[in-house]
Design a protein around this ligand. Structure first.
Ligand code: NAD
Length: 371
């Protein structure tokens, strides 16, 4: 029996608790069949925390989350909190977690399971078997840097402005993550900026190039302008392995890559912090890309795959359980090949099932894969 791994579960609001409930069944399966022991702690976040404590993330929850080896997060938010003060809104709880734990590296895989190649708006041959990882810098750049604001000019006009600012160390730390991740994959990194027109892009390219020289010799590095990258993602997405880019371009390109896969209900993500020099561990939060989907909450029809695949990422990136992570991916893939579909990914020749039934089939496939 391996040593206990501490997972903090924050399921949140709307469909969050439903998809997390299903994912816990997968965790239970690993505890029972693979002798993996997890220390699970659960707490409230977002709207559910606001209702109990008047704030979306208590100090106690935050410090417990910081102590954990990994966080499995559901989703937060919903229309009933629309009138709540901004800093008490459900989403502020998630932003505070990201900020306090300095989760600067956002990993968004865009993977197309062969059985879902027809769900994409692109031709199946373009996306079938796609496996791209977009790495977005999450805590710097234009969404945070100063100066920013809206000011009135002497002639009565107004100006709105933001600053895209990156320091050498900010670029180096995200570049390092990119090379580390590529090492675990196909050893190719594409660094994306607009060094043709932006000074922050000139520095980005220079720092990534130097880092590659000094630390990334096993990795094939190429550079691409962000506008070309958007075009290449829809023209020939399989040319990419890891794409590393800043906060703004990452926001846009990861949504673009997400749509190649066809459904929000299938997309996991991870947000990682720096490695602790003593323990070698990183703070890490794993969550589906989708939100709390209030329109379908409580109906038993939400697709739990994005959350289940977030657990697969947690196994791989926080616990180095590569085999177990791959087992989850294979069980999900087989379930889709067997035609099981929740409503969001349903096509006429599939078998329409609800949230718990599709999970039951993932678990049956896990059983069969280890038999
Ligand atoms: P959403 O992702 O919740 O839903 C968009 C659409 O996709 C909805 O029609 C929904 O039913 C569908 N959908 C989403 N996930 C699905 C799944 N797993 N299975 C089947 N269908 C699914 O986005 P939204 O409607 O813009 O936002 C709803 C709430 O979620 C808002 O309060 C928003 O702020 C919040 N939100 C939270 C997060 C987060 O917690 N990280 C992220 C995005 C949005």
């Amino acid at each position: 029996m391996t040593s206990n791994k501490k997972i903090m579960i924050l399921s949140g609001d709307g469909v969050g608790p439903e998809v997390v409930h299903e994912t816990k069944k997968i965790l239970d399966w690993f505890a029972k069949h693979q002798s993996l022991n997890f220390d699970i702690q659960e707490d409230l976040v977002g709207g559910s925390a606001y209702e109990k404590h008047g704030i979306p993330l208590t100090d106690k929850t935050l410090s417990d989350a910081i102590e954990a080896d990994a966080i499995l997060f559901g989703s937060v938010g919903g229309p009933k909190y629309d009138d709540v003060d901004f800093e008490k809104r459900p989403e502020s709880g998630l932003l505070k977690l990201r900020k306090e734990m300095d989760l600067f590296a956002n990993l968004r895989p865009a993977t197309v399971f062969p059985a879902l190649a027809n769900s994409s708006t692109l031709k199946p041959e373009i996306v079938s078997g796609l496996d791209v990882l977009i790495l977005r810098e999450l805590t710097g750049g234009i969404y945070f840097a100063e100066p920013r604001g809206i000011e009135e000019l002497p002639d009565g006009e107004k100006k709105g402005f933001d600053t895209n600012l990156y320091t050498t160390s900010e670029i180096e730390r995200i570049g390092r993550v990119a090379f580390d991740l590529a090492e675990l994959r196909n050893k190719k990194v594409t660094s994306v900026e607009k060094s043709n027109v932006m000074m922050s892009g000139v520095l980005w390219k220079e720092v990534i190039t130097n880092l590659h020289k000094n630390e990334g010799s096993k990795i094939e590095l190429s550079h691409m302008y962000a506008d070309n990258c958007a075009m290449q993602l829809v023209r020939n997405p399989k040319q990419f392995d890891v794409i590393v880019t800043d906060n703004l371009f990452g926001d846009i390109l990861s949504d673009c890559a997400a749509m190649l896969t066809g459904s929000l209900g299938m997309l996991p993500s991870a947000s990682l912090g720096n490695k602790n020099k003593e323990t070698g561990k990183r703070h890490a939060l794993y969550e589906p890309v989708h939100g709390s989907a209030p329109d379908i909450a409580g109906q038993g029809i939400v697709n739990p795959m994005a959350q289940i695949l977030s657990l697969s990422m947690l196994f791989k990136y926080s616990f180095e359980l590569d085999k177990e992570s791959e087992l989850i991916n294979k069980a999900v893939s087989k379930t889709l090949e067997q035609g099981y579909r929740t409503k969001d990914i349903f096509s006429k020749d599939g078998k329409l099932v609800g949230t718990s039934e599709i999970t039951k089939n993932v678990i049956r496939n896990l059983d069969e894969l280890v038999r």
